[in-house]
Design a protein around this ligand. Structure first.
Ligand SMILES: *[C@@H]1O[C@H](CO)[C@@H](O)[C@H](O)[C@H]1NC(C)=O
Ligand SMILES: *[C@@H]1O[C@H](CO)[C@@H](O)[C@H](O)[C@H]1NC(C)=O
Ligand SMILES: *[C@@H]1O[C@H](CO)[C@@H](O)[C@H](O)[C@H]1NC(C)=O
Ligand SMILES: *[C@@H]1O[C@H](CO)[C@@H](O)[C@H](O)[C@H]1NC(C)=O
Ligand SMILES: *[C@@H]1O[C@H](CO)[C@@H](O)[C@H](O)[C@H]1NC(C)=O
Length: 776
């Protein structure tokens, strides 16, 4: 078989990041219908009655495809009432048209599917940051903060959810523990204070969940939800490890916080109507933080259920942390870019799982591995080495070791070189093993650069970077009888440089608004050790019969809960802070240097990363508890931002129904939103050479303090901050400053820098980007 055209597999890889509009076999689809709460006619005693009557009025019994004998009321699968108002209902296209004309209907969107931001198999190398352990002092061990985790459920038996020593469930908590197969009331405790399931949207699209195969209860059989929940708030577990790797104490970022598991993801994906319902319930239950490691919604502030749900949560004071996506290193690959959401990218830690490959020439090259098992590979013996690709960079199905492409004859007894791409990495190992291979060398391609991926393969396997991979392939092609052997070296600490921005971490700029710099920050998301389900082996392959209490995973799915956990710590320390204040504290205290004191690097290029890769930088939990100044943003300010974005009044309705907002046009320029990052966008009119933006800082440090500004140099522009000194005379005092950007030479590429306020103790740093839109 000839090589697959490159365009085809690119499409395959990236289609998973696009929203999928579902078409079920019947003509019926699920729609989310946003209603104007205030338009309820008097004759209905409550909103539920009104919605039900309205849906009835458009659904006709004579429709030929009406299969379900159930009443029209059953078309409604969810009633939303806390964070937003409306229903999710199954409708045909004609019914949708009729519905759009009804009074009170503000917007109507078809169901979309979201993906988890890990592909289970991307397990890397590494574990928790040593320096983050200092954040946990005993007084943080009990907290009234509840973190809602929207994910695949939870495995309550994990030692990470042991509630020994925890105080009573916080009085404000109104959530509950839903029971079902494998999940009883007693599975909730003082650590897991709530557990709920949301599957009606999923079942409407995919048919009834087969309860023999899948737990229709909060129990997590995937592992992802257990891993993210434990990363947020897992209790300390000594001696945690994965098959001996990453041995140490595993704990969440906020070990005193409580967890509420909202299961919204099922084997076929995570559905927007279910996600919206979970956010609605979580807000009503009283969560303080929402951790959402999902993405893939529509690129639009007002059509993406997660964006709309997060807005409503923010209005109720709930901090929402989302994963940025694993679409990197391609630019503009971010998801979850709304300014009221905290968008988290991924970076490495200083831990590694090295392995070596010895080639027949005697030369050693290094890679990474989490392999543990019967060492059928003897390091004293060389095995034949085989690669089923050319030495050019063309990927083929057999070079990528896709299922059914390796024949026993050419693989048995050999070490096989496989390229990354298309199939999960651990599955390639399975394919090699099934064909009788003794080992695998998994090589990165240009998409992954030198970022090393160590997985818990079922056979001896070593992952290598692109350059090393080319070297090995060249050796294999140039020699008549190439040979190699593999050796595994365990866990290594204090790797330099670290952190490094992960190649897979999604990149800016923000496709919806250049004025809002995204991602907001990076956090550990490569080779994270955390709790795991008892239902699946660490490779997630059905053929993997190993069971481990912990697993090592990678993805922005893993970095998001780190930030959710730190946000919970900040919320415990400062219960009155708004979500924007917490985000500001996280961003302005982030650092942009690695442990060699050089600027942060990007794993995909090995050169310096920019704010489009790392946002404000890498989180610094201890400093974030005491940021000095904060950039606060009220719900109405975010709404004004949307007004400045030119949304139509019907589009704005989605954000205003709850509190009846209107545009007051207080924000002339979207860049004037009081965001902790600053983005100046010069319009395409070259005559405009001066741009002024404004920011307001609130003193949360010592009442009397004096800050002076330090502005980094900028290519092509001069940047002036006025006043250059801010003297505060009281706690919570606000002061405003303006930043004037004057173009000297228009640049074609964005220019990056920073504005930092210093009082001798605090450093309040904002990343700055200047963009010149190409003149018309
Ligand atoms: C929870 O932790 C306590 C104290 O470390 C221990 O005694 C107890 O056995 C643990 N419970 C479970 C279910 O692991
Ligand atoms: C090691 O080799 C034995 C005998 O060939 C085989 O039964 C076993 O499955 C192998 N183990 C692994 C981990 O490949
Ligand atoms: C590819 O392999 C051929 C022979 O096997 C060799 O002549 C050529 O230099 C190789 N090209 C590269 C780019 O390694
Ligand atoms: C919201 O708007 C509706 C209709 O415009 C009005 O009847 C209602 O009183 C308003 N409510 C609030 C809280 O402003
Ligand atoms: C820029 O300024 C020049 C000279 O004043 C004027 O002729 C031109 O129309 C202006 N261009 C735009 C796009 O405003």
């Amino acid at each position: 078989m000839a090589g697959i055209p490159v365009q085809w597999w690119l499409l395959f890889l990236f289609s998973s990041y696009l929203a999928t509009t579902l078409v079920t076999s019947s003509t019926m689809k699920t729609y989310i219908i946003y209603m104007d709460k205030w338009a309820k006619p008097e004759e209905f005693s409550d909103h539920k009655q009104w919605y039900s009557s309205m849906i009835k009025s458009v659904t006709s019994r004579s429709t030929e495809k009406q299969e379900d004998a159930a009443g029209d009321g059953d078309r409604i699968i969810y009633n939303y009432q806390t964070a937003f108002h409306g229903v999710a209902a199954q409708l045909s296209e004609e019914e949708v048209e009729k519905l759009q004309e009804q009074t009170g209907v503000m917007a109507l969107f078809p169901e979309t599917v979201y993906q988890l931001h890990t592909t289970r198999s991307p397990m890397f190398l590494g574990l928790e940051r040593e320096d983050s352990t200092s954040v946990f002092s005993d007084n943080l061990f009990n907290s009234d903060v509840v973190v809602g985790v929207l994910d695949t459920g939870i495995w309550p038996e994990s030692p990470s959810f042991n509630d020994t020593g925890m105080t009573r469930i916080p009085a404000h908590w109104k959530g509950t523990c839903e029971v079902g197969r494998g999940f009883e009331k007693h599975h909730c405790n003082r650590k897991i204070v709530g557990a709920r399931v949301f599957y009606r949207g999923y079942e409407a699209a995919s048919g009834k969940i087969n309860e023999q195969v899948e737990y229709k209860s909060p129990r997590d059989q995937d592992g992802h939800g257990t891993h993210t929940a434990a990363t947020v708030a897992g209790a300390p577990v000594h001696g945690a490890n994965l098959l001996g790797y990453a041995y140490g104490t595993a704990r969440g970022m906020a070990p005193g916080a409580r967890i509420a598991a909202y299961k919204v993801c099922w084997t076929g994906g995570c559905f927007s109507s279910d996600i919206l319902s979970a956010v609605d319930r979580a807000v009503a239950d009283g969560v303080n933080v929402l951790s959402i490691s999902l993405g893939g919604g529509v690129s639009s502030y007002y059509r993406d259920s997660l964006s709309i749900g997060a807005f409503a949560a923010m209005e109720m004071g709930v901090f929402v942390s989302c994963s940025a996506g694993n679409g990197g290193p391609d630019p503009i690959s971010l998801t979850n870019v709304s300014p009221w959401v905290t968008t988290v990218g991924a970076s490495t830690m200083d831990r590694d799982f090295p392995a070596t490959i010895k080639l027949g020439t005697g030369k050693f090259v290094t890679g990474a591995s989490l392999y543990k098992g019967h060492r059928n590979i003897s390091s004293n013996r060389l095995y034949p080495l085989v690669y089923h690709g050319s030495n050019s960079s063309n990927l083929t199905p057999s070079s990528m070791c896709l299922e059914g492409t390796l024949d026993r004859h050419s693989v048995a007894g050999k070490i096989v070189i496989c390229d990354r791409g298309i199939s999960p990495r651990v599955q390639k190992g399975q394919v090699v093993k099934d064909a009788g291979g003794v080992g695998m060398i998994l090589t990165n391609t240009a998409a992954n650069g030198e970022e090393l991926v160590a997985d818990c393969h079922l056979l001896p396997a070593v992952a290598v970077g692109e350059t090393t991979g080319k070297f090995i392939k060249h050796y294999a092609a140039a020699n008549r009888n190439p040979t190699a052997t593999l050796a595994f070296l365990g866990t290594k600490l204090r790797i330099r440089p670290s952190p490094v921005v992960a190649a897979f971490s999604s990149r800016g700029p923000n496709i919806l608004s250049l004025e809002i710099l995204k991602p907001d920050m990076v956090a550990p998301g490569v080779n994270i050790l955390a709790a795991w389900t008892g239902e699946l082996g660490p490779s997630s392959l059905p053929s993997d019969h190993r069971r481990t209490k912990f697993n090592i995973l990678s993805g922005t799915s893993m970095s998001c809960p780190h930030v959710s956990g730190v946000a919970a710590l900040i919320k415990s320390r400062h219960p009155d802070w708004s979500p924007a204040a917490i985000k500001s504290a996280l961003m302005t205290t982030s650092y942009v240097h690695d442990n060699t004191q050089n600027p942060l690097k990007d794993a995909s290029t090995a050169t310096f990363s920019t704010p489009y890769d790392h946002g404000a930088g890498h989180i610094n939990p201890l400093k974030a508890l005491d940021p000095g100044l904060i950039y606060d943003i009220a719900a109405q300010d975010y709404f004004e931002f949307l007004c400045a974005q030119g949304l139509t009044s019907s589009e704005l309705m989605v954000f205003s129904k709850f509190s009846n907002r209107t545009c007051r046009h207080t924000l002339g320029n979207a860049g004037d939103l009081n965001y902790p990052a600053i983005s100046a966008v010069f319009p395409d009119n070259a005559n405009i050479t001066v741009l002024t933006l404004h920011r307001t800082v609130t003193n949360v440090g010592p009442p009397v303090s004096s800050y002076h500004v330090v502005v980094s140099p900028f290519k092509g522009a001069s940047v002036k901050v006025e006043p250059a000194r801010l003297d505060f005379t009281g706690k919570r005092k606000k002061m405003t400053y303006k930043i004037t950007f004057t173009t000297r030479y228009r640049q074609t590429a964005p220019v990056f820098g920073s504005v930092t306020w210093k009082d001798g103790v605090h450093r309040v740093r904002s990343p700055v980007v200047i963009t010149w839109l190409p003149p018309l």
